[in-house]
Design a protein around this ligand. Structure first.
Ligand code: FES
Ligand code: FES
Length: 168
């Protein structure tokens, strides 16, 4: 197995790429630079992507370990017309973005949470996002944003996966 699926598109991983971290592979080989490199030590969560439904820090996973997996990055969240995913929209509506550096990782952690729980409590959200650091917002608005996204998707019967369409 030498393939990895990213945002619905299968890619062949070359032998010389197998030792790269998933973060390096996404940013430097696939040019998906929405996934941020904040520390490369597993400490900040800015590199979070969703691998087979779970939020993981891409700086800590060799791409070799993700072969055969399906990875969703922040670029895979938008809809077919480029519209933001309801989670992204809720971050904007709730004022949960300041400098924005942590936001892709926050959105991906929130996405993994909402895939398994469409109505998480504020505590559930804090737990799911505890590995994602933000230097700007104070976290309150981020929790508000995830609650808002969950509410919008429940009320409008939107599938959480709605934005994850094949793209290059
Ligand atoms: S860049 Fe991966 S946890 Fe900070
Ligand atoms: S918005 Fe700046 S680090 Fe979170």
């Amino acid at each position: 197995m030498n393939q990895i699926t990213i945002n619905g598109v299968a890619h062949t991983v070359g032998d010389e790429e197998r030792a790269l971290s998933l973060l390096e592979y996404l940013r430097e080989r696939r040019f998906l630079t929405g996934t941020k490199n904040g520390c490369e030590k597993g400490l900040c969560g800015s590199c979070t992507v969703v691998v087979d439904g779970k939020a993981l820090r891409s700086c800590r996973i060799p791409v070799e370990k993700a072969l055969g997996a399906s990875v969703v990055t922040i670029e895979g969240m938008e809809g077919p017309g480029g519209e933001p995913h309801p989670i992204q929209q809720a971050f904007m509506d709730a004022g949960a973005i300041q400098c924005g550096f942590c936001t892709p990782g926050m959105v991906m952690s929130a996405y993994a949470l909402l895939l398994r729980d469409p109505d998480p409590s504020r505590d559930d959200i804090r737990k799911a996002l505890k590995g994602n650091l933000c230097r700007c917002t104070g976290y309150q608005q981020i929790v508000d944003a995830v609650r808002l996204a969950a509410k919008v998707m429940r009320e409008q019967a939107l599938p959480v996966e709605a934005g994850c369409l094949p793209r290059r």
